[in-house]
Design a protein around this ligand. Sequence first.
Ligand SMILES: Nc1ncnc2c1ncn2[C@@H]1O[C@H](COP(=O)(O)OP(=O)(O)O)[C@@H](O)[C@H]1O
Ligand SMILES: [Mg+2]
Length: 508
Amino acid sequence: MSDDKDKNAQDEIYKEIQDFAKKLQEKYGLRELSARMVTGPEVPLGKIGVEKEPAKEKIELNFNLAPRDIKAELDKYVIKQDAAKKYLANAAFYHYRHIEKELKTGIRQENYQKNNIIMVGNTGVGKTLLLKRLAKILGVPLVLGDATKLSKTGYVGEDVENLVRDLVREAEGNIKLAECGMIFVDEIDKIATDSTIMGRDITGTGVQTELLKPMEETEVELVSTSDPVSMMQGIMAGGKGRRPTINTRNILFIVGGAFPGLPDIIKKRMHSKRVGFKGEVHSESEKTDYLPHVTTEDFVEYGLIQELVGRLPVRVILEDLDVEDFYSILQHSHCAITRQHVHDFSLIDVDLNFTDEALKRIAQLAYEEKTGARGLMTVCEKALADFKYELPGKNIHELSISKDTVNNPQKTLKRVLVIKPLEDFIGQFFNTSGIKLSFSHGAINFLAEKTHLDGLDIVRYCWDRLNGCDRLLEIIDIKEVQISANILKNPMKEIALMVNKNRKKRSR
Ligand SMILES: Nc1ncnc2c1ncn2[C@@H]1O[C@H](COP(=O)(O)OP(=O)(O)O)[C@@H](O)[C@H]1O
Ligand SMILES: [Mg+2]
């Protein structure tokens, strides 16, 4: 088929879909229709947060913050990374100021170079977190992508364009706002290709090349031809006749990666003139010394194509975080990690808190995970999982996490599951008999073992074991008794022994 014929057939189908979309829209109304299309048919309507019809032509961007205000906002959520915050704040500020000016004056500055950003930092040091906060501060949509996923599908171009389309979804259908959004492509170092191999690896270079056009400027059709839902959405959003597109000129691109081995390359370049020099970076501090000196040449040596690096004028280096930093993150009032768990426990009416020693221990264990601050999540999850599983419906309303709990959650869990109901039992026993009971460590452990094995109801079990003992104890007029594990195992015998012993003592 010739190109013309192709185009005609495409237009025809497009027109048919458009008519169909119009009919659907008339039947359901735009709001219900888009809600249904986003979630699929199985979710009942009314549960979806589409409150108003998306405003398509209006954008409100928050440009009244200076770079230092942006940094101050970032400081509230992100520990350390001062240099990164500064460069990001600058890049974002001047980028959006520029857009604002163009929108106001209507004059397009032809030779404008976008402040696209490359972030170098290990996993879990705050790259994504910084961008999420930045997007929030600026009020622009953000899409997170992964370079390695882009390379796998084969329809490489489609995928990069999908990231652009996702911006429209993030912007709730507001194309103008989507056109001012940010796209983060993580793991870019993983698609670097070995520059020493002739011809280079096709896939990696391919994805890198695919990124070039959108990074500069291109029109991306809102309608992906491979996805019927987005096709319909595109047609609906576009209104009459024209095919809606998203222009990428003002979209800020950020790529990120850990770039292991990059410091070696920098070091080698910086000292290459010295004879007999071995360019290997050994210590962490040395690594931090070299990274800020990274140049385009180094990235190219690493395996990024020249054209890509050329479009990434802003270079942001993130520091590694140590135990102290992890501790600071946990102490931080906006710490998302502990907050999330506090929130989870509040859902089952449990007031969760951490002792200072517990936070220090979590920081230490997280550091040993070697996954950056991400380790904090792993360690917290591990410490709390059993509580999350066992506590719902147990009438327990407070949980304090100590260092011991972090080290051995099971032990604390057992105690928590036993102690609260024991307190209830002690109260009930006192009310009926006037005798004040306490339980030895041995008794608590014995009960903990039993609850764990048998899913035992402690209050009922204790009544079962100690019913009638109050009358025996009354004989000798005892008002306070400590219950041992032995008493629980053999209540009548042990209490009778106690009574006898007491009697003898008295008669002496
Ligand atoms: N500098 C930091 N300050 C505060 N929290 C951080 C920091 N770095 C990482 N975190 C925590 O670790 C989690 C994972 O970090 P993320 O930003 O996703 O790392 P990455 O650098 O791999 O993108 C974040 O959601 C956050 O809770
Ligand atoms: Mg990330």
